[in-house]
Design a protein around this ligand. Sequence first.
Ligand SMILES: NCc1[nH]cc(CCC(=O)O)c1CC(=O)O
Length: 299
Amino acid sequence: MKLRLGTRKSLMATTQSQQVADRLTALTGRAVELVGITTLGDVSKAQLSQLGGTGVFVSELRTHLIEGDIDFAVHSLKDLPTAADPQITIAAIPLRDDPRDALVGAVKLADLAPGARVGTGSPRRIAQLRALRADLEYVPIRGNADTRIGKVAAGELDGVVLAAAGLTRLGRDGEIAQLFDTDEMLPAPGQGALAVECLTGRPDLVELLSVLDDARTRAAVTAERAVLAALEAGCSAPVGAYAADDGHTLNLTATVVAIDGARAVRKSASGPRTAAMDLGRELAAAMIAQGAGTLMGSH
Ligand SMILES: NCc1[nH]cc(CCC(=O)O)c1CC(=O)O
């Protein structure tokens, strides 16, 4: 029997789902069929913020899992709520793609003229960009990557900032003018990683899908998301976190930035991969002690 992989119909979603399907077939011999699902979030993009952000896509695919229409689903990990759903198991977190943010446009950020218009809807990106270039105009934009990049081609904007991983999945990485090093811009927790999930009540399927798991990526994103959860922040909060696992140790850096870009709390910590959750929680507690909570309230 073919496994049914439920996916949103956007190009990014179908591309990443197909990659996961192909890898699963290569590793296990099991055939996988993509099942396109139109979510409420896709239908009414205008109301997306009222619907609670990108979490709406995740919860609709989860409803299809629970109803048995599909066997498993693939999400961008950074769009998953930090609160676990006991009915759902993240059976695999595959090897992460490039976690960095990217500037799409003709020139690097440092070479943009004063007052140039840069598009991004993310408070995390705006705040960190303001810290790098306070003299540019940051324009809130919505829509899929295609629409956003189109505003640069149309001359409406001088640049847009997006996740490098998403651009690569869309085959648009050739238009990247600059990749931001994590020293200058910390990505969203889990950025560039995928989550493969199915029902907890299907242990055989959990086991089958687990061949896709990458232990280092799982540890890194566990630490990053523990920061987010401990700060009680959502996916649209001005929180950046990045952890790298060098094979022995997990090195985690996180930041909370005020939307004006003028104030930030930034801290790093290291620990064993096996204690990823504690590493993230403890770093968040240290950040709160330095005023991170006040900064988040001030945007
Ligand atoms: N919030 C939307 C979203 N969710 C995942 C990605 C990109 C791919 C990824 O980070 O895995 C994007 C677009 C973006 O932030 O540019």
